[in-house]
Design a protein around this ligand. Structure first.
Ligand SMILES: *Cc1c(COP(=O)(O)O)cnc(C)c1O
Length: 362
């Protein structure tokens, strides 16, 4: 509903409402009818008690960390994490919060890095860039026994392909800018979990920091949500066909996606995933960034840029001409290239990738 404030018939009604003795909308920074519908649907899909929606995925992540952490706390990150989330943790150092990022796919190794002061474990599964899975339940169990909260960024899977709350994770975060809204036409985020925790994030994180979703973006996200099942079904099918092709192409050295990974990763996929997302990375045999750029520029049905989860297929190499050292630090190959396949026909994508490979790697 496109309004900032809601009106009352009497001053008594207003006072009763702000004293929380009566339920009504007051101001859109706190709540709005359209946003509330979106929150109820996302909570239901994830199997959580409550959801709060934000104006971006980062809005959800920053509000969650700001409202749950305090001076002296330690945060354990596992595996590769969305880079802006790591930048946020660096920023939180100036507020007396420390953190470590453990690079492992073994949950049992990761939890050995828990400290006395660890109050939060934050991870993605599959992870950013390498799309490696972690044993969610093992992490949740280890954290629970030590009174540590767990947060997962579930953007790649959407609630249709993975529901981490069922495995004991405390909070699920989404960038709804990707698959959930699904049309690359809005930026939106969400956090889902118990009523108690999410209410705290709403009070301390949403209302104070103010990353509130506009009612228009809640509407767009709700509309996208209606086709999420058909889009995800299509992506699940198309990605397997595309990967089957890429596995056979000798110009490609490695593919990062649970469908193509180690037997241990495939076991985790079997255990946790109800389907495959269509965002993945490849590295090429020939370590020549110029050829990678030629490949990227030769793709006809892909757009170049950040963001993914919409209608268009997308491509983005990690090498930007001057960041080789940063890539080395992150354990990424100089030819590491991320691709997103939209809900389309596999044959068209395969044909396009094939012609671009032919042009680039003659
Ligand atoms: C895009 C993304 C985010 C950030 O979300 P925004 O909506 O862009 O703020 C966080 N995590 C993952 C995995 C993402 O892909």
């Amino acid at each position: 509903m496109m309004t900032s404030a809601f009106h009352f018939n009497t001053i008594e009604e207003y006072i009763e409402t702000i004293q929380e003795n009566r339920e009504a909308f007051v101001y859109t920074r706190e709540s709005n009818p359209t946003t509330k519908i979106l929150e109820e649907k996302l909570a239901q899909l994830e199997g959580g008690e409550k959801c709060t929606v934000f104006s971006s995925g980062m809005g959800a992540i920053s509000a969650t960390l700001f409202s749950l952490l305090k001076k002296g706390d330690h945060v354990l990150l596992i595996n590769t994490i969305y880079s802006t989330t790591q930048v946020l943790l660096k920023q939180l150092e100036s507020y007396g919060i420390s953190w470590d990022c453990v690079n492992t796919v073994e949950a049992s190794v990761a939890v050995q890095h828990i400290k006395e002061t660890t109050s939060l474990i934050y991870f993605e599964s599959p992870s950013t860039q390498k799309f490696e899975l972690l044993d969610i339940k093992q992490i949740a169990d280890a954290a629970k026994s030590r009174n540590i909260r767990t947060i997962i960024d579930n953007t790649w899977c959407t609630p249709l392909f993975q529901t981490p709350l069922k495995h004991g994770i405390d909070l699920v975060i989404h960038s709804c800018s990707k698959y959930i809204s699904g049309h690359s036409d809005c930026v939106c985020g969400a956090v889902i979990g118990s009523k108690k925790l999410v209410s705290r994030i709403t009070q301390k994180g949403l209302i104070l920091l103010g990353a509130v979703n506009s009612p228009m973006n809640s509407f767009l996200t709700l509309r996208g949500l209606r086709t999420l099942p058909v889009r995800m079904k299509s992506c699940h099918q198309v990605i397997q066909n595309v990967l089957d092709y890429l596995l056979e192409d000798t110009r490609i050295e490695q593919i990062f996606h649970p469908y193509c990974s180690t037997p241990q990763q495939k076991q985790l996929a079997e255990k946790y995933l109800n389907g495959f997302g269509s965002l993945f990375s490849i590295v090429f045999k020939e370590k020549d960034p110029e050829k990678v750029f030629r490949f990227v520029n030769s793709l006809e049905s892909f757009v170049i840029g950040v963001g993914w989860g919409g209608y268009e297929s997308m491509v983005l190499p990690s090498f930007k001409g001057n960041n080789q050292e940063e890539l080395n630090q992150r354990g990424l190959d100089i030819t590491h290239t991320r691709l997103y396949i939209g809900p389309t026909e596999a044959e068209l994508v395969i044909e396009d990738i094939q012609q671009a490979l032919d042009k680039a790697f003659v």
